[in-house]
Design a protein. Structure first.
Length: 194
C-alpha cells in the first residue's frame, strides 16, 4: 500500500471513530406510555415482527444463560434507561434487538444483537405509544454494554457470584457440583479479562 493510500485509510478511520463516538441519543426519560405500543403499518405479520426483533445474524456478546441469570438483577430494571424496548411476547422476555445465537459454529447459546437493536424506536404522543421498526433508535448502546460489563464485574463479589451461580444451576441442572461452580468462576474471569 502506498504512503498516500495509508494516510487516506488512517484519516478515514480516525474520522469514522470520532464520528461514532460523538453520536448519542438525547437523554431518554421513560414516558407515560399506552398499554402496548402501536406499530406503524409496514405489512409485517407478528411472526415477521418477531424475526426482526430476535432473529440472530450470528453476533455473540456473552453466554445466553449468563444474561438470563443477570436479567433478574437491577440490571434488567435499567433497560428503559438505556432506551431498550420491551417485548412481552418473547418467551425469555428479551428486549427488542437481543437474540439467542445458536448454530454449528456456536458451542453454547450466546446473547447477540439484531438490526432491530439499533433500528427500532418508540415515541409517545398524546398518551399513545407508537413503535417504528426500521428507523433509528433512541437508545444508549454504549451505556447498555457498559452496564452489562459492570454487572458481570460485580460478580467478583462472592455473595453476588453465589446468587448468579445458583440461578444458572436452576436453569441448567439442579445437581451441579462444586467443580462446576469453580469452572464457572474461571470462565467469568476469562471473559472479563477479554
Amino acid at each position: 500500500m502506498s504512503l498516500k493510500s495509508s494516510r487516506i485509510v488512517a484519516v478515514c478511520s480516525v474520522l469514522l471513530y470520532v464520528g461514532l463516538m460523538s453520536c448519542q441519543a438525547p437523554e431518554i426519560r421513560p414516558a407515560q406510555r399506552s398499554a402496548s405500543p402501536v406499530s406503524l403499518p409496514n405489512g409485517w405479520t407478528e411472526d415477521e415482527r418477531q424475526q426482526w426483533y430476535h432473529l440472530s445474524p450470528g453476533t455473540q456478546l456473552l453466554p445466553y444463560d449468563w444474561f438470563l441469570a443477570l436479567a433478574y438483577d437491577p440490571f434488567k430494571k435499567n433497560f428503559p434507561r438505556f432506551g431498550l424496548l420491551s417485548d412481552p411476547v418473547h418467551p425469555d422476555r428479551l428486549p427488542v434487538g437481543l437474540a439467542k445465537t445458536t448454530g454449528p459454529q456456536v458451542s453454547a447459546p450466546q446473547l447477540g444483537i439484531t438490526c432491530a437493536f439499533c433500528h427500532t424506536s418508540e415515541f409517545t404522543f398524546q398518551g399513545k405509544t407508537f413503535r417504528i421498526e426500521g428507523g433509528p433508535s433512541l437508545q444508549y448502546n454504549a451505556r447498555f454494554v457498559q452496564a452489562l460489563v459492570e454487572a458481570l464485574s460485580d460478580l467478583q463479589d462472592p455473595s453476588k457470584f453465589d446468587t448468579f451461580a445458583s440461578r444458572l444451576r436452576a436453569q441448567e441442572r439442579p445437581s451441579s457440583s462444586a467443580s462446576d461452580r469453580e469452572k464457572l468462576a474461571a470462565q467469568l474471569r476469562m471473559f472479563l479479562a477479554g
